[in-house]
Ligand binder design. Structure first.
Ligand code: WQD
Length: 327
């Protein structure tokens, strides 16, 4: 009864592994450590290798009695995906096909998939429901949409059941400050604001302050990484109880602006965050936040951490790990 976690040495993966272990579940991590860190899996068993290595996946399934999988392992840099698309098709899409073939051969049919709200592109209506059109605007986002479709067809043809969790903006660190995000690998808003607040980079460039929003800056749905981890465990349990394949928006339903994040950081750190207003970033939707009704009812899941808690945990983590994660 072991959960195989691919990409379990990465940011969201490691928080999920830790949550599984805290609940007494058996876990094995498969990660190639391209971007992940062995130190982040703490005392969970770690196999270093590739998701596309079917013989390795077969061996792990047999050795650990794997009954379900949480599949995080993927490249996730939107800009890089446009510059090197085949890297994304090979790893994210082809890698997933090899992984699932090996899982099915081993009789494993329950899979939780790490998807993204970016599959909706620029949503016409917010809050975004799962009925919104799937219209990815980058190679990265399209690999997530493609994988969701591929997993759907595996369901039709081979009995695989999948929960695709479409994350909104994951942020924060573990509340006990044991694991967190590697800010050297992320250009996402929260780590950038932390770095600027701590004088580790030039001012935060706020991409546009002339949007039709209350303070003129873009609105997103920031979700605490521990709330996300909890959603994964509930998704595993939902599948174990016979739940059907489904895609779920995992967000709080609350939109926060770029300046809300800056102000929350100033409250958490007792400092002033240097900002510079620059032009809009190409492709940025004005406002994206989730309608979490379906995930609330399907997984009986509700986020418990608000923006201040997210930012306070990020502040604690980054201020005590100013050089990022070092092995
Ligand atoms: C957030 C807001 C920026 C940096 C990402 C992924 C997407 C999905 C969700 C996973 C925007 C603004 C940012 C900066 C800024 N996740 N910003 N200055 O673009 O919402 O989406 O998370 O799959 O795929 O791409 O996240 O953190 O880049 O930006 O003003 O230096 O902060 O304009 O409004 P985004 P982000």
């Amino acid at each position: 009864m072991t959960v195989l976690v691919t990409g379990g040495a990465g940011y969201i993966g490691s928080h999920t592994v830790r949550h599984l272990l805290a609940l007494g579940r058996d876990v094995v991590v498969l990660d190639d450590l391209d971007k992940g860190y062995a130190s982040m899996v703490l005392d969970a068993p770690l196999v270093v290798g590739d998701i596309a290595d079917e013989a390795l996946v077969a061996k792990i399934c047999a050795e650990y009695d794997v009954t379900s999988v949480i599949h995080f392992a993927a490249h996730k840099n939107v800009g890089e995906s446009m510059a090197k698309p085949s890297k994304y098709w090979h790893n994210n899409v082809d890698g997933t096909v090899h992984l699932v073939d090996a899982l099915l051969a081993a009789g494993v049919t329950n899979l939780v998939f790490s998807s993204s709200c970016s599959v909706y592109g620029t949503p016409e209506i917010v809050p975004v429901t799962e009925a919104a059109p799937i219209q990815p605007e980058s190679v990265y986002a399209d690999t997530k949409a493609m994988m969701e479709r591929i997993l759907h067809w595996y369901g039709v043809t081979s009995g695989l059941r999948t929960v695709s969790l479409r994350y909104f903006n994951a942020a924060g660190a573990s509340l006990d400050n044991v694991i967190g995000e590697d800010w050297s690998q992320s250009a996402n808003l929260v780590p950038v604001v932390m770095k600027a607040a701590m004088g580790k980079r030039p001012p935060v460039q706020v991409f546009g302050n002339d949007y039709p929003t209350p303070d003129g800056t873009c609105i997103r749905d920031y979700i605490h990484v521990e709330d996300l981890a909890d959603a994964h465990v509930r998704a595993i349990d939902y599948l174990a109880a016979g739940g059907a394949t489904v895609g779920l928006n995992v967000g709080t339903g609350i939109g926060s602006s770029v300046l809300d994040v800056v102000r929350a950081t100033e409250r958490a750190g007792g400092c002033t965050v240097p900002v510079e207003f620059v032009g809009r970033r190409e492709g940025d939707p004005i406002s994206v936040f989730a309608d979490p009704t379906l995930v609330n009812s399907t997984l009986d899941w509700k986020p418990v951490h608000d923006l201040d808690a997210i930012i306070a945990s990020a502040w604690r983590w980054h201020s005590t790990h100013p050089d990022g994660i070092t092995e």
